[in-house]
Design a protein. Sequence first.
Length: 416
Amino acid sequence: MWTYLSEWLQFAVRWIHVITAIAWVGSSFYFIALDLGLRRRRELPVGVAGEAWQVHGGGFYHMQKYTVAPEMMPDELTWFKWESYSTWLSGAALLFLLYYVQADLYLIDPEIADLPVWGASLIGIAGLGLGWVVYDLLCKSPLKNNDTALLAILFVYVVVSSYLFSQVFSGRGAMLHTGALIATIMTANVFFTIIPNQKIVVADLKAGRSPDPALGKAAKQRSLHNNYLTLPVIFLMLSNHYPLAFATEWNWAIAGLVLLIGAIVRHFFNTMHATGEKLWWCWPLAGICFIVVITLSGAPGWRTAEAETTQREWRSDPQVALANSVHFEAAEAIVLSRCSMCHAREPLWPGMIHPPKNIPLETGSDVVHYAALIERQAVRSHAMPPGNITGLEPSEREILARWLADGAAPGLGRGL
């Protein structure tokens, strides 16, 4: 019964996480666009930096932004913070349920670092906490007055963090923790800087004091950082579903390139909202970066050129060719010994009630039928077995690659 409840709990938490993330990303993107789209006019009230007229849902909206704060506090004031808090809390719960409770399956790779479950979990938690502390110190250093230098150093810091994660965790765990590090920074910006600064401004207004403009400036800088980090964190959180993103020795470099892509795309839209200018060069530049990502994802160092399966001849019936391959018997034995304990109609792995993604690999016909997935998960990448928990050897991956090369038409077997 607990297995069923646990799986539904994970699904429910993931659902909540996605919903709250949509709300947070939506409000973040909207307010950045609104802020950049403000226009200054002579007849504006004192203290108003700009205004914007918008139309939506059959009505017109008139927004004005004060440089610091209005002279009098309104009776009702809406705070945008729970979207951020709920996203982080649900994400932390999901991280705990999947990567810490099941660390031996998803977080630990003995070939990288043979860590105990508690040790891997502590490293993950400490990495997220330390990440925020270092980021916050950088933002409070003299660098805060030079946005370009600050962003460059923060970029290097995140890439180095991703590389360090890749040296202690599985590829899946490293990419996920890189995303969690960025998400923690984003929510901590809201919790420790943006909202407290706004509360101080409100308190000053109520007490009849003039608010400090530096508070608003610091909050705006952190909000801008969050805006540029949003697209990369979404990619990193989705990456655990795509082995070509995380199961490569270059996953940390892919994370860095994704940071660049996100910044380039946001720069296009932010410039357009602020000035109306469309920097079309941003898109081909982002595309080039993504081509590099694709190239890196297909270049794991453990696979030799001899076993490369992209250079293959067409076969009229790839499944027949696979079944008749001289390498099939060895490939079948490898899959059944390394994969079938989980990928069985009645899995033997504790806590599993059905094979992952409902893919059984316990007969020869199963192996042939799902050859495309075997190639993607265990040859082109080393996503499977998770954390190489069953000890699939590089030589065995080579045998699988030779077998797949015999079958060899694009789309062989059934993909996801």
